[in-house]
Design a protein around this ligand. Structure first.
Ligand code: NAP
Length: 306
């Protein structure tokens, strides 16, 4: 059997390396904080709004962690908690108000949503410039068309991690397990943009264990602990575990069994892999949106004064 080794991780490549994300996340947060300080000094303090319409505990934890990271980076985080009884019209009206508010640069609609509220339908109400988590159908369409747009932060985090660990993508075979609009599909688009050859698997994939070992780079975003075992992984493959599954013991585990480390070239840990990079990228995207907003204001002033 021929064994194909993808480019190993940058920091001395060895089989089974843990491809952590906390150092990378710190670097992204520090840069975002420096940019946020510059923007605040120029009179444009970056602001991120998070719209919540759920009492889900995991969601509340996630929102708290975003707010904390934003505060540390000097980005104001405004949480609009509408409560689980909020109807789609109330949520849409809030997203429209925030979209029209010049002080707000980024908007996230938190899931889960109340029954009867449709995520794609509602995120369409977010102003495209402020869609820092690439959630709206417009952002996803622009991403698919190769046009400028914020990609969903989790999908972007996968690419950041691969780059950070020196994984070459051009011409590589990548398999993405999961096809949600939040992770699977945008990850596949981003890999395609980097000239990888991409296969997407889902619930109806007839024989997952026959497809995943074709991957030089395997990205798993399903939400099923232990779905991917050593038999699913080619020797030396790079495995990115996006899954986050709470255990009964209050821990967080991914979709990939740790036994995979004996076979893979590298595996992202859960927690400490994709998660912290995702949060850091939301901050980066918010700062970028604020920079563009400041630039547009400057151009308007120039035009009006000239
Ligand atoms: P999702 O919307 O539920 O999508 C799950 C996907 O997995 C679907 O496309 C589904 O296929 C596929 N799937 C389910 N069972 C499968 C199986 N046996 N074999 C192959 N594919 C299967 O979930 P998501 O929002 O994409 O999230 C996926 C995981 O990532 C979750 O654990 C979530 O908590 C985690 N996540 C982590 C972060 C982070 O920052 N770390 C961010 C977002 C999500 P069908 O389309 O056919 O149903």
């Amino acid at each position: 059997m021929t064994t194909l080794h993808p480019t190993p991780p940058r920091a001395p490549g060895r089989a089974g390396a843990e491809l952590g994300g906390t150092g990378l996340a710190r670097t992204i947060r520090v840069r975002a904080a420096a940019n946020a300080a510059e923007l605040a000094e120029a009179g444009v303090p970056p602001q991120l709004a998070v719209v919540v319409a759920t009492e889900d505990e995991a969601s509340a934890w996630y929102v708290r962690s975003i707010a904390k990271a934003a505060a540390k980076a000097g980005i104001e985080c405004r949480v609009e908690d509408l409560g689980p009884a909020a109807g789609p019209e109330r949520i849409r009206a809030t997203l429209e108000e925030l979209s029209a508010d010049e002080a707000v640069h980024g908007i996230i609609l938190q899931t889960p949503l109340p029954a009867g509220a449709d995520f794609e339908d509602l995120t369409a109400a977010i102003a495209p410039d402020k869609d820092v988590d690439g959630a709206s159908p417009l952002s996803l369409g622009r991403l698919a068309a190769g046009l400028p747009a914020h990609p969903p932060a989790t999908a972007a985090a996968v690419l950041e991690l691969l780059d950070h660990h020196g994984v070459e993508l051009v011409g590589r075979t990548c398999v993405v397990v999961g096809r949600s609009n939040v992770v699977g599909k945008p990850v596949a688009q981003l890999l395609l943009q980097r000239d990888a050859t991409v296969t997407i698997c889902h619930r109806h994939t007839a024989d997952l264990a026959a497809v995943t070992p074709t991957a030089d780079v395997l990205v798993v975003a399903v939400g099923k602990p232990g779905l991917i075992t050593a038999e699913h992984v080619r020797e030396g493959a790079i495995v990115i575990d996006v899954g986050t599954n709470p255990t009964s013991g209050g821990e967080l585990v991914g979709d990939v069994e740790l036994s995979v480390l004996a076979r893979a070239g590298g595996l992202t840990p859960v927690p400490g892999g994709v998660g912290p990079v995702t949060t850091a990228l939301l901050l980066r995207h918010t700062v970028q949106a604020a920079m563009r907003s400041a630039h547009r204001a400057w151009l308007r002033n120039q035009r009006d004064s000239g």
